[in-house]
Structures are given as structure tokens and as C-alpha cells.
Design a protein around this ligand. Structure first.
Ligand SMILES: Cc1ncc(C[n+]2csc(CCOP(=O)(O)OP(=O)(O)O)c2C)c(N)n1
Length: 560
């Protein structure tokens, strides 16, 4: 059928189930006009990086690719925003404009090479040279983004605003491959002999532990993992990305392991004689720089990407498979008689010791408020189907270790390391799941990055709650700065301190709901008001800048 590139892109997006696109003008103008006719929501943002983060939050929550777009000159900003979905394995499709061949290599205004910028943050990075390529390359973009371990892709479309491709016409057929509209797209089955072998290894182990990562979340493998754990009484730790795999009130849940972790989880994983990594990239964060578990600990690893099997921990058995399918295979092959009750009790004791240790902080009534108390109040407040979106740094440590997900349908996503990600990502998450309450947990340093998106939230009626752990500084950096200064005098605060700022007032000025909380007993009422507000809400919580997070976690405790 004869159609323009603009119409083709819009119809393809619609066919693949895209409900929102995130962009900064000027890109694919005619395409955006066509998208309006098809009911696709166009979210204009205040920076390309925020557009990428919104697309990322949308993708991680909806399990469908998130779309972000920019003009050629915005390409560098957009690429910087793909770092987090790349590290977090999230299917973001980025489109940029690119000036035509005759403008290349001759000092064209606003034009530099995109290919080398997008390469390190994408799994597929191509130039759409002609309109005839569009059907192949756009379909491939969806295929690449959603298959195997998901990840970002980039299409460079000819015309500074993509207009050369968008305004051209050709005979094009819109073809939607249902399987690549979401992830996991294809769920590979494990080799059954290896499943049986893994089952025997698990039965023989005395102290096995499951470590569930983002691949478990991506595969919706939580119920199967809990079932396997319950069959044999195996303690379950998660990475930050795997948070929510098991409710944190479950007796087998030991919390997040690694460097942004609870010491009790590190203790249990260190004592294990078998670690079952499920959808975990075994990077330095989840393993506390590859010390937990101890090198040499026998490992079973399940991953959809065969290149991950044994990358950092040689595998006793490696299963190349979708996490949900592989764990189902284990459930069918393990013998219930090999339960590890004594070991599970030991793990529970560690968790109990940790809980007792932090109780005084969670119950603290001090002013300024302690982050632990803030997290306890968030735990009590979080609605049953809430989505928790947390930023990096101490926000990750606090939300990951101290906010408990206590209901099976609560979800958590978090920054893969880029400070400032959480607030825009939470707006994207809300677009992906408009009916669910979305709660963003961020420090003030992180919130400053994309504060302007409060205007976007208000304009597009994206009703989220942002809780700012406001200590007027980069708290996580304070220790390192003090260490760098040692006994030297100087203005160390130049490196981490901000002016005291009332984010509630800023939110109100931008047409949003804002409330500042300085006393712990006011928190629950403030959260309730934020939930009831009919616009995006900010709860600005003044917390103690002197109070440190439990990071890095202590090494193994002899007394645990
Ligand atoms: C893009 C980026 N730049 C810098 C950092 C380093 N960094 C990690 S945490 C942090 C400070 C976080 O401060 P804030 O958000 O206020 O939270 P707090 O630590 O005070 O709780 C910084 C600067 C980072 N992770 N990402």
C-alpha cells in the first residue's frame, strides 16, 4: 500500500501496542500527527535524557518497548539517557534524525556522528538510509529490543528531524509480529538432561540459596521461584532488580544481597554451599565485588543469554533458558524429601537478628526524621498493587533494604546507576500502568536533575507520588569527600552540600500537589493526602543529613 514513512511508523507503533511516545521537538513531526490520529499519547519532555528515562520506566513496567525520539542535535542527550536501560536490560527504542549524506563531513550545523555515541548503549544501532528499509529495520528494532536479554536499540532516520524518510512515500506493508510486541518474546526451554542434573545438585546440597535477579522479574518467574523455595526450604535473596520476586515477610526471604544490601543476606549467601543464580548477571553490585558468594562456591546459573553462564562464577550446571520455564523444570524434577529445614532456620535467624538491629531506627521519633523511619512509613503506606521506583545511591540502599514489599502484586524498579533516573522513570511507569499507584523514592540530589518534568507530569496528567528524602546534600558522597580531605582544611561542603530547598513549594508553583514533612508522625497523613490528590504529588521529607546508610554492608559477621 502506498503510504508515507510517517504513516508507516505511526501504524507500526500502533500495531505493536505502543500507547505513549516520549520526545523533544523537533522530530518526525508528521509522524506525531499521524500518531495522534491513531490515539497514541505524545509526551513532550524537557530534555532528551528524561524522554529516554520515561521510555525506560514505561518499558520495565509494561513489558513492552518504550519509544523515545529526538532531533539530530538532541542525539547526544538521548544516547546518554540510554545508559540506564542498557545497564538495566530494558527494551527502549530510540529514534533520532540525521542530516542526509550530502550534509555529512562538511561542518553541517548541529550535526555530529551518532553511530559511535549509540554503539555502547544499544544492542542494535542502524541508519535508515531509505524509506524502503523502514519495514525491515523497524520490525528488527522490536525483535532485537524484546528478544533474549532485552535492551535498547537505535534507528537514525534521514533528515535532521527525520523528515526525509518520514515525508517520502513508498509501497509499504505494516506487519506486526505479535511475539515481539512484548518481553519475554520467546521463552527458550532448557536442556532436560541439564535440568535433571541441576535437580540432583540441589538435592545434594546442604545449604543452597537462590539469588534472583532482573531476569527473574523480566520472566515473571516469582511464583515458580517461591514454589521451588518452599518445596525444599531454600532461602531466597534477590538483587535490587529482582526485588519483589518473593514478599519480604515470607520466612524464606532474606533480602537483597551484594553491596546495596542487608548484611543478613550477605551472611547467608556467604555460608551457602550452593548458589542458584536465576536471571542474574552476577555483576559487582549483586556479589559485593565478586566476594559474595565466595569464589569457588558451587553455582547453578539460569540465564536466557548463554554468554552469561559462568561469566564470573564457573557453573556446576548452567541452564540456557527463560527463568520461569527453567524453574518449572526444576520443580518437576526435585524430590520434596530433600528439604533443608535446619538451614532455612539458620537463615531466618540471621534475618531476625538484622530486623532487631534496625528496629530502633525504624521506630525512631527523632527530628530530623531518620530515613529508616521514612522507609517503615512507606512500607505501611504502599498500596497492594503499588509500583515503587527508586533512584540510585542511598535511595537505592534505603528503598532496597528498608522498604518491604509485602504483597505479591507490588513491583519495584530502580535506577541501574544513573542519578536522577527515578523521577522521569516513574512518570513513564505510570504511563505504562495508568491504574496502579506509582511511588518514586529519590534523594534531593537525584530529584534536582529532572525537576522540570513536574511540568510534564501536570500537563499530561501523569499522577505519581514522589517522596524526596531531602537532606540538602549528596549524602552518599559525604564519606568519600571527607576521606579525600583527611585532616586537610578546606571547603569540603562545596563537593556535596546544597541550599535547603522546599520541593513541596516548587511542586505547588508548578500546579502539582506538594507537602513538606518535618515530623515522623506526620508522614502517613501526608502520604494519604498525596494519594488522594488529583494531580502529581511531591512529599518533601526533611531527613537527617548526619545519618549514614548501612553501606557498604559489613563483611561476614562471626556473631551473626
Ligand atoms: C549520573 C550520575 N552522576 C553521579 C553519580 C554519583 N552519585 C551516586 S549517589 C550520589 C549522591 C546522591 O544524593 P541524593 O540523591 O541527594 O541522595 P542521598 O545520598 O543524599 O540520600 C552521587 C552524586 C551517579 N550515580 N550518577
Amino acid at each position: 500500500m502506498r503510504m508515507s514513512g510517517a504513516r508507516f511508523i505511526a501504524e507500526t507503533f500502533k500495531g505493536y501496542g505502543v500507547t505513549h511516545v516520549f520526545f523533544v521537538e523537533a522530530i518526525l513531526r508528521r509522524g506525531l500527527v499521524e500518531m495522534e490520529t491513531l490515539g497514541i499519547n505524545r509526551v513532550l519532555t524537557h530534555s532528551e535524557k528524561a524522554a529516554a528515562y520515561m521510555a525506560d520506566g514505561y518499558a520495565r513496567i509494561s513489558h513492552r518497548p518504550g519509544i523515545c525520539m529526538s532531533q539530530s542535535v538532541g542525539g547526544a542527550n538521548l544516547a546518554s539517557g540510554l545508559q540506564d536501560p542498557y545497564l538495566g536490560l530494558s527494551p527502549v527504542i530510540a529514534l533520532t534524525g540525521r542530516k542526509p549524506a550530502m550534509a555529512q563531513h562538511r561542518n553541517a550545523y548541529q550535526e555530529i556522528d551518532h553511530y559511535s555515541m549509540f554503539g555502547p548503549v544499544t544492542k542494535y544501532n542502524v541508519i535508515v538510509e531509505t524509506i524502503e528499509q523502514l519495514p525491515y529495520l523497524l520490525r528488527q528494532a522490536f525483535r532485537e529490543a524484546t528478544s533474549g536479554a532485552p535492551g535498547p536499540v537505535h534507528l537514525d532516520v534521514i533528515g535532521a528531524e527525520g523528515e526525509v524518510t518520514a515525508l517520502a512515500e513508498a509501497d509499504l506493508e505494516v506487519m506486526v509480529e505479535d511475539v515481539f510486541t512484548h518481553y519475554p518474546s520467546i521463552r527458550p526451554e532448557p536442556d532436560m538432561a541439564s535440568v535433571r542434573e541441576a535437580a540432583r545438585v540441589i538435592e545434594d546440597a546442604e545449604r543452597p540459596v537462590i539469588v534472583a535477579g532482573g531476569g527473574a522479574t523480566a520472566s515473571y518467574a516469582g511464583p515458580e521461584i517461591v514454589k521451588l523455595a518452599e518445596m525444599l526450604s531454600i532461602p531466597v535473596a534477590t538483587s535490587l532488580n529482582g526485588k519483589g520476586t518473593i514478599v519480604e515477610t515470607h520466612p524464606l526471604s532474606i533480602g537483597i544481597v551484594g553491596s546495596y544490601s542487608r548484611w543478613c543476606a550477605n551472611q547467608v549467601v556467604s555460608e551457602a554451599d550452593l548458589v542458584i543464580f536465576i536471571g542474574s548477571h552476577t555483576g559487582d553490585q549483586v556479589t559485593n565485588a565478586w566476594t559474595v558468594p565466595k569464589p569457588g562456591t558451587p553455582v547453578i546459573q539460569i540465564d536466557i543469554d548463554p554468554l552469561e553462564l559462568g561469566r564470573s562464577y564457573p557453573n556446576r550446571v548452567g541452564l540456557m533458558a527463560d527463568a520461569k520455564v527453567a524453574v518449572r523444570g526444576l520443580i518437576e524434577n526435585v524430590d520434596r524429601r530433600y528439604t533443608k529445614n535446619e538451614w532455612a532456620q539458620r537463615a531466618q535467624q540471621c534475618v531476625q537478628n538484622w530486623r532487631e538491629e534496625i528496629k530502633p531506627f525504624r521506630d525512631s521519633n527523632t527530628i530530623p526524621i531518620l530515613p529508616e523511619r521514612l522507609c517503615k512509613e512507606i512500607t505501611d503506606f504502599l498500596p497492594s498493587n503499588a509500583i515503587l521506583v527508586s533512584d540510585t545511591g542511598f535511595a537505592s540502599v534505603w528503598a532496597g533494604t528498608m522498604v518491604y514489599l509485602t504483597r505479591p502484586d507490588q513491583l519495584s524498579i530502580r535506577s541501574a546507576g544513573s542519578l536522577g533516573w527515578a523521577f522521569p522513570a516513574s512518570l513513564g511507569a505510570k504511563c505504562g500502568e495508568p491504574k496502579r499507584p506509582v511511588v518514586c523514592f529519590t534523594g534531593d540530589g537525584g530529584f534536582w536533575y529532572h525537576l522540570t518534568e513536574l511540568e510534564t507530569a501536570r500537563r499530561k496528567n501523569i499522577k505519581t507520588i514522589t517522596i524526596v528524602n531531602n537532606n540538602s546534600c549528596f549524602k552518599q558522597c559525604m564519606r568519600g569527600v571527607n576521606r579525600a580531605y583527611g585532616d586537610d582544611s578546606g571547603s569540603r561542603e562545596d563537593m556535596y552540600k546544597f541550599r535547603d530547598t522546599d520541593f513541596a513549594k516548587i511542586a505547588q508553583d508548578m500546579g502539582c500537589f506538594g507537602i513538606r514533612v518535618e515530623r515522623p508522625e506526620e508522614l502517613s497523613k501526608a502520604f494519604k493526602k498525596a494519594l488522594e490528590a488529583d494531580v502529581a504529588a511531591v512529599v518533601d521529607v526533611v531527613t537527617d543529613p548526619e545519618h549514614d546508610a548501612p553501606w557498604p554492608p559489613p563483611a561476614i559477621r562471626k556473631s551473626a
